[in-house]
Design a protein around this ligand. Sequence first.
Ligand code: IPE
Ligand code: IPE
Ligand code: MG
Length: 253
Amino acid sequence: MTYKEKIDTGRLPAHIAVIMDGNGRWAKRKGNQRIFGHKNGVNAVRETVEAAAETGIRYLTLYAFSTENWKRPQREVDALMSLLVSSLHDETPTLMKNNIRLMTIGHTGGLSDHVGRQLNMTIAKTAGNTGLKLILALNYSGRWEILRAIDLIKADMEAGKPQEALTEDIFAGYLQTRDIPDPELLIRTSGEFRISNFLLWQIAYTELYFTPVLWPDFKKEDFYQAIVDFQQRERRFGKTSEQLHQYEQSQNQ
Ligand code: IPE
Ligand code: IPE
Ligand code: MG
């Protein structure tokens, strides 16, 4: 039985987030330069987006470039940016064909005009699509997003907007993910066990899944395996296991 067949389609996560990691090590192992790994990482993006669309996942967030990634050698940053532009350009027809809408989170205003133009083009073109929402995290960091939210709240207060007591829901409404449910599942490839400043607020109760597979090797079945693993977990949200089963029993009566 494949992992795809093992998925319970009635209990899919609405939102899966992915930290795509391991391109550089993949290339090195093959005796190549890191950029070769990024080029091959594009195939894994294609696999993952297709797998998510085929399964009926509603939101897929991919961590493509962190605010910390600017610290890499300029040549690598340039290569990542031009790969982003060429992939968006080449894949826009496929996004249209599959009814996928592209969105972004992160400080996209800090990207070059060249990247910004291509992003705006693909975002505008796919804006009416009603299938999978593909969210690219670009020039993103969780702390940046939280500070930005605080700035927006300050600005609203200074503008005299009626003040309510700040609740989690109101705060979440100032994040870039305001219209997006929190991810139920976060996948990180390449065997690193860290969050690297991704979606810090949103992953408060997310199930974390770590795989040693390096990103360019990540295939649809790896994605499905993560979903199957997720579906075997008990999400207790602070309650006891017994309480959850009591609830199920009362639902079945
Ligand atoms: C992920 O692969 C791609 C980005 C962070 C943009 P890496 O480039 O981080 O690969 P490793 O971790 O060095 O192997
Ligand atoms: C996280 O990967 C960022 C992206 C996947 C875009 P990194 O490879 O940059 O993470 P660290 O620096 O090893 O934590
Ligand atoms: Mg890395």
